[in-house]
Design a protein around this ligand. Structure first.
Ligand SMILES: *[C@@H]1O[C@H](CO)[C@@H](O)[C@H](O)[C@H]1NC(C)=O
Ligand SMILES: *[C@@H]1O[C@H](CO)[C@@H](O)[C@H](O)[C@H]1NC(C)=O
Ligand SMILES: *[C@@H]1O[C@H](CO)[C@@H](O)[C@H](O)[C@H]1NC(C)=O
Ligand SMILES: *[C@@H]1O[C@H](CO)[C@@H](O)[C@H](O)[C@H]1NC(C)=O
Ligand SMILES: *[C@@H]1O[C@H](CO)[C@@H](O)[C@H](O)[C@H]1NC(C)=O
Ligand SMILES: *[C@@H]1O[C@H](CO)[C@@H](O)[C@H](O)[C@H]1NC(C)=O
Ligand SMILES: *[C@@H]1O[C@H](CO)[C@@H](O)[C@H](O)[C@H]1NC(C)=O
Ligand SMILES: *[C@@H]1O[C@H](CO)[C@@H](O)[C@H](O)[C@H]1NC(C)=O
Ligand SMILES: *[C@@H]1O[C@H](CO)[C@@H](O)[C@H](O)[C@H]1NC(C)=O
Length: 691
């Protein structure tokens, strides 16, 4: 397949173009549908706060103490980096800033301040930020997550505004100069395309840098408006553009497993890499803000829809190990892909305002993301599979480019990117749970869950706190304190059962929901003073068809997987590039590699007509570690039997028997389906049979 190639003439005359744009609209950047709130405005409550604290007390919050990429990081005056991309510290920083300021953890804040302080005082004379003193070794990419972290730090703590805006201003001077000079550090060095393939990451992940430049433009332009617009236009113009990929006839809708691809020569490799896809989905919202091209609204919808229809898991993540695969239940998804996709989907809801993106953000967060983490937040997977009855050293890896322990949990099961990048997922989700409306007097509960927000609307200060066990229980109780009257909007998920859903204000009558068909928002008028809102969402069990005569099972925002009981064992963490040797640096006791061995057979089919929902949840009680294996307080029971089911590569469950060869091998028995996030060992795409 050949991709359209853009032809560029040099030099570009973007200044004149951007000036024309300036006069064409009041602000050259299109506004958000729902404006994001600055870091620190939103905090978590209840079980979600407990998860954030666990994250802060787990690997994420301790990496600064013992991981050589940070303690001896080449970004921070040391000499360590796991790859020439030098992305470890930037990934870590991007996650730690929102984590530290959302849980208000003084120790973690001190760590991010120390790193921000070092970086803002060690900018090179030419404006470059980072350890690459040799100009010929530079590529912009690793600066994207770093700058996103700095952006959030300034929003949360204005003390950092001065040094950060000054540093970024010099860096933008550098970038624009390089971009104008034949896209140096972005596309070429001395007219030669950047090598190896990872050095295209800057060009395909452009949206992440443009997000920060748009923030600078709107909040801290420092007289550089034109330069910022030019830089954004150059970044987009020289990009590997996602708009060229999500085109009918170009986008691959077929099963790609086993289709050979040479990462060093294939022009489509950057589009097929799962983490790039996750990051790229936001590009349509980002670029539309810049160019005003409304066709991107439809392209974004197609992009997300096609990605999940042809390469998505029922748990809400993208199947790509590490390239797009198709839908086979042994194929894997990176933890990096999960957290990047969460950020992109929540950003698309903020920019384009379509509820589809918000529904998908919750699906991914409350299912796929938690499933890739141990419940104590010390271990994560590199790859998660829909059908994953064990997480052990495999005889053969069923993935394109991942080792045989990629689906075990630990410090760095495979490549270390997910070690450094996993922390951003949950704190950025919490940040995006609320947003404001363009008219300045509306507050939106965009992503449901136990969170609280304090902000200022045009009618004054407002504080909204949502107490709920959502998504484990679907009643949300809001306590609202406001200086003036304002509009409060709650999102109504597409899965809700309208006849058993309702909302009421104070002790008033319950009314049915009337969500806007696009945004999914139900509007309430809130008066000054104290208000209580009770919002109840009804939900039934529903199923989705998956490949090979299988289904996924859902209720509310949760996916339910067939739980395969397993036994956990642990070892010292291994070196990412030597599976047989433990890491040579010392680690805290909790830092381990985790393996899960199936205690039973896994080759079950269920009779979907026998499914019944059960709960022992005490909503007023302790819901700590709701995703711990074997401890779920919600489950679905079904009748099941064992069926013929071959292995794939003698290593993992393959395609289950189908048609007339799908027969019960033994008696029917009752099995349990539990929330996907707690089912570390599971069958998620479940074969069906009539019993
Ligand atoms: C903001 O940053 C400054 C400088 O690092 C620090 O002294 C101060 O405590 C921070 N403020 C908050 C609220 O964390
Ligand atoms: C930029 O790089 C391209 C690709 O190698 C080359 O053909 C072109 O001559 C370069 N242009 C300038 C102005 O250096
Ligand atoms: C991109 O480059 C082309 C060719 O030089 C130019 O015509 C176009 O206006 C540029 N687009 C933007 C958005 O700067
Ligand atoms: C606007 O977006 C559409 C769809 O994504 C694309 O085909 C078109 O080329 C874009 N228009 C411009 C002027 O960039
Ligand atoms: C996704 O695409 C499929 C097939 O084109 C279509 O049937 C479905 O309605 C789309 N879903 C959304 C949410 O656009
Ligand atoms: C907001 O309200 C919640 C619950 O009523 C309360 O715990 C919290 O302290 C309030 N926050 C502020 C900043 O007033
Ligand atoms: C909210 O207020 C507006 C204007 O004051 C009014 O038209 C509307 O009916 C009210 N909606 C509800 C649900 O009370
Ligand atoms: C898994 O363990 C639970 C609790 O010990 C038990 O009730 C259940 O039957 C086991 N499941 C299977 C499939 O053996
Ligand atoms: C676990 O799964 C493996 C692979 O299919 C199987 O060989 C083994 O018998 C299962 N373990 C138990 C205890 O059933």
């Amino acid at each position: 397949m050949k991709m359209p190639v853009k032809i560029f003439a040099f030099p570009l005359v973007t200044s004149a173009l951007a000036s024309a744009a300036l006069t064409a609209r009041d602000s050259p950047l299109l506004p958000f549908s729902f404006t994001p709130l600055p870091l620190g405005s939103v905090k978590a409550n209840g079980w979600l706060q407990a998860e954030l604290e666990m994250e802060a007390n787990g690997l994420a919050g301790h990496m600064h103490d013992f991981i050589p990429d940070i303690t001896d990081g080449n970004w921070l005056g040391g000499s360590t980096s796991y790859s020439t991309l030098n992305e470890g510290v930037p990934y870590w920083f991007n996650g730690l800033v929102p984590l530290a300021y959302t849980v208000d953890d003084e120790q973690l804040k001190d760590q991010v301040h120390a790193v921000a302080g070092y970086i803002t005082t060690h900018q090179l004379g030419d404006g470059w930020i980072g350890p690459e003193t040799d100009p010929n070794s530079r590529t912009f990419w690793a600066r994207y997550p770093l700058v996103l972290g700095l952006m959030n730090l300034v929003d949360a703590n204005s003390t950092w505004g001065g040094p950060v805006v000054d540093t970024l201003g010099h860096f933008v001077d550098y970038m624009l100069n390089r971009l104008q000079n034949n896209y140096t550090d972005y596309w070429y060095h001395d007219g030669v395309e950047l090598q190896p393939i990872d050095f295209t990451w800057g060009r395909v992940r452009y949206a992440d840098m443009i997000v920060s430049l748009q923030w600078l433009f709107e909040k801290h332009p420092a007289g550089k408006e034109q330069e910022l617009l030019d830089t954004m236009n150059f970044l987009y113009n020289g990009s590997i553009d996602w708009n060229d990929w999500y085109v009918e006839g170009v986008y691959p809708t077929q099963d790609l497993s086993g289709v050979p691809i040479d990462p060093n020569t294939s022009p489509i490799f950057p589009y097929e890499h799962g983490v790039n896809v996750g990051q790229g989905l936001k590009s349509f919202g980002v670029v539309r803000r810049l160019t005003g091209n409304d066709s991107l609204i439809d392209t974004a919808m197609n992009a997300v829809n096609w990605t999940f229809t042809y390469h998505g898991s029922a748990s809400g993540t993208i199947i790509a190990d590490e390239i797009l695969e198709g839908l086979n239940p042994w194929s894997g998804s990176e933890t990096c892909t999960a957290v990047e996709t969460m950020y992109s989907l929540s950003y698309l809801y903020q920019t384009l305002g379509d509820a589809y993106y918000a529904d998908r953000t919750e699906l991914l967060t409350y299912n796929a993301m938690f499933a890739q983490l141990t419940s104590d937040w010390w271990g994560h997977q590199y790859m998660a599979q829909p059908n994953q009855p064990y997480c052990e050293k495999l005889s053969t890896a069923p993935f394109w480019n991942v080792n045989v322990v990629g689906q075990t949990f630990g410090l760095q099961p495979n490549y270390p990117c997910c070690q450094f990048n996993h922390p951003q997922g949950l704190p950025k989700f919490v940040m995006a749970t609320y947003a404001t409306t363009g008219d300045g007097n509306g507050l939106v509960h965009a992503l449901l869950g136990p969170t609280q927000v304090t902000t200022t609307l045009s009618s004054g200060n407002v504080n909204v706190s949502c107490d709920t066990a959502y998504p484990f229980d679907n009643t949300l109780t809001y306590t609202i304190q406001s200086d003036g009257n304002f509009d409060f909007y709650v999102r109504v998920p597409a899965w809700h059962d309208a006849s058993s859903s309702s909302i009421s204000t104070n002790s008033g009558p319950s009314t049915t929901l009337s969500p806007d068909p696009v945004s999914g928002l139900h509007k309430l008028n809130i008066s000054a003073g104290q208000t209580t809102v009770t919002y109840t969402l009804g939900s039934q069990i529903w199923t989705e068809i998956r490949p090979h005569d299988t289904i996924s099972v859902h209720r509310g925002a949760l996916v339910y997987a067939l739980e395969i009981n397993s036994t956990e064992s642990t070892t010292a963490p291994h070196q990412w590039n030597n599976l047989d040797a433990a890491v040579t640096f010392s680690v805290p006791d909790q830092c381990k590699d985790f393996f899960f061995a199936n205690e039973t057979a896994w080759n079950y089919a269920i009779d979907p007509s026998t499914m019944t929902f059960h709960s022992s949840l005490d909503v007023s009680g302790d819901l700590s570690m709701p995703f711990a294996p074997g401890e779920s307080q919600l489950w679905i029971e079904a009748q099941a039997c064992l069926i013929p089911w071959d292995m794939y590569l003698d290593s993992v469950p393959g395609i289950p028997s189908t048609g007339s060869s799908r027969t019960c091998l033994g008696d029917a028995q009752t099995v349990r389906l539990v929330p996907y996030g707690s089912a570390k060992t599971r069958i998620g795409d479940i074969p069906t049979i009539s019993i």
